[in-house]
Design a protein around this ligand. Sequence first.
Ligand SMILES: Nc1nc2c(ncn2[C@@H]2O[C@H](COP(=O)(O)OP(=O)(O)OP(=O)(O)O)[C@@H](O)[C@H]2O)c(=O)[nH]1
Ligand SMILES: [Mg+2]
Length: 340
Amino acid sequence: MSLAQRLLNGDRRALARLLTYVENEHPDGEAALSDLFGHTGRAHIIGVTGAPGAGKSTLVTALAKALRAMGKTIAILAVDPTSPFTGGAILGDRIRMVDLTNDPGVFIRSMATRGSLGGLSRASRDAVRLFDAAGYAIVLIETVGAGQSEVEIARIAQTVLVVEAPGMGDDIQAIKAGILEIADVLVVNKADRPGVDTTVRALKLMLELGHPALRANIDSHHGRMVAVTPQPEAPNGNSAFWLPPIVQTTATTGGGIEPLIAAIERHHAYLRESGTLATLESRQINTELHERLRELLLRRLLDALPPHAIEDAVARIQRRETTPHEQIAQLVDAEQQPRL
Ligand SMILES: Nc1nc2c(ncn2[C@@H]2O[C@H](COP(=O)(O)OP(=O)(O)OP(=O)(O)O)[C@@H](O)[C@H]2O)c(=O)[nH]1
Ligand SMILES: [Mg+2]
């Protein structure tokens, strides 16, 4: 029986093997993904990002436990973990995690990226598809919010949680402006620590000042600032747009996890009912096609060039014998010659 078929039959070892193939770009991985693609598109894909040490892994663990208690199956993908689920964390965290690893309704996987261009997004996107096809209702992806990874998570996830913690830089400048673009739910974790209110206030202010949805709302309310907390409703009862709620949690004790799950479910319902889910998926597929095309064409071009073609071009440009523009044209021509 093929690995893909075994995965569909619920074989965890087949899933584990295929995840390795996908991670290593093994051709059998691609083949299995083709067989499985028709079985994808059902899972709710939730991204969890935020600064190192904000409590993402602890939060993911608490979320997974609560969702399991509600009868949902969960897959967890930790991308480039610095304090992974299996080690690094303090003993208490490990003990909490053990409950999950013995549960057949949970699958946990860490994935390292090799720093290749687009490697993170391709491997994690494909891993999510394997989980999806395997029938996990919810896929939780943890990435450290540093540089590209948080942008990449927005290209894969349907609901993005941005995790903050008190004392990690509470002024507006310190909270990266980019998070508003990607956050669907803002989580202030470590709510048991002093300074939570300051962090919540800073995030609220930032939402009021900068969120595109709220700006639209201000316009439609003749320039008056509207309250941030209640989700604005359109006349037909559907949310006209989504304003990220701010939820406080204490991941270590499970505090605030229920309201967080409620917020996540509200966001999922909003995506489905407003038609945004389909738009989001089409945008994500579009981005994926562009990424893959760019990669494929670049690799094809580089493979077809004579050895040292790039280095030679660099030297000629540096000697001012030619321009980057001219060289690009020549390199592309050189690639096309053999096929004419
Ligand atoms: N007081 C308190 N500590 C917490 C809370 N959540 C997590 N921690 C602790 O914060 C530390 C970091 O937690 P992690 O869950 O590993 O954080 P992370 O964001 O996954 O860290 P990286 O993956 O390294 O970026 C651990 O010692 C946790 O026990 C919380 O709600 N309150
Ligand atoms: Mg972590």
